[in-house]
Design a protein around this ligand. Structure first.
Ligand code: XBP
Ligand code: MG
Length: 231
């Protein structure tokens, strides 16, 4: 097996369960702020997670459930403002410490740092959400521990497209064979596999029933994960 040089972490669902009680209420708060009669309950949000990216998710929903709104000439601009408001609500929740890391995440990151492994992030969420979560959960210096943070709109196509992983690999200047991706979802797994990466999947509350065919390993969480076991 090729030597492991870097771990590339997904964020939402992998580092922390951010979706149900983080992103979802933040979307709903933004909808209310903009006077929209939209509300994403837990079940509907689970379905909407098939569409990665907050702006893409808003567009997908509006086109199906509020076509008059989606047809407005300023709809693209409205999505942008709505999403900026959503991000502000999400950041408040993160700063309030409402989104703890999943079991084993902090320990694995600490072990990887001590062993001299390189760390990176590959996520569809917005960059400010990533740094806020890392700071709130691991301390003010934590964003600096990650050599490359690939997030949000830095690539044109979000997961399950492989673009974000390719972007990160290029900046790490490492072949995929020397890296391990850590994901929670089928969309994330697909992105990692298409980029040629091995992928450890830790399914979460919204992804437990997904098909992880092709995963290198599937584990309930990262608690007890040892670097030696990662190759
Ligand atoms: C995560 C997402 C994100 C968040 C919302 O997918 O789909 O879009 O739900 O974040 P993954 P933004 O874990 O596969 O990267 O609103 O900032 O886009
Ligand atoms: Mg995820």
């Amino acid at each position: 097996m090729n030597r492991l040089h870097a771990l590339i972490f997904d964020v939402d669902g992998t580092l922390a369960e951010t979706e149900r009680d983080g992103h979802r209420p933040a979307f709903n708060a933004a909808f209310a702020e903009f006077g929209l009669a939209w509300h994403w309950d837990e079940k509907r949000y689970g379905e909407l997670l098939a569409v990665t990216g907050g702006k893409e998710r808003i567009r997908h929903y509006a086109e199906r459930h509020d076509p008059a709104c989606a047809a407005r000439p300023d709809f693209a601009a409205q999505i942008k403002s709505l999403h900026a408001a959503k991000t502000a609500h999400y950041l408040q929740r993160v700063a309030a410490g409402q989104l703890p890391l999943r079991p084993g995440v902090a320990e694995l990151i600490a072990a990887a740092r001590s062993a001299g492994l390189r760390l990176a992030i590959a996520t569809t969420t917005s960059p400010e959400n990533v740094t806020a979560l890392l700071r709130a959960s691991l301390g003010p210096d934590a964003p600096g521990w990650f050599e490359v943070i690939g997030a949000g709109d830095c690539v044109p196509n979000k997961k399950p497209a492989p673009d974000i992983y390719r972007w990160v690999l290029e900046r790490l200047a490492l072949p995929a064979a020397n890296c391990l991706a850590i994901e929670d979802s089928k969309n994330g797994l697909q992105a990692a596999l298409t980029a040629g990466l091995r992928c450890l999947v830790t399914p979460g509350e919204y992804t437990a029933d997904e098909d992880f065919n092709g995963a290198w390993r599937v584990e309930g969480d990262l608690a007890g994960e040892r670097l030696e076991g990662l190759g």
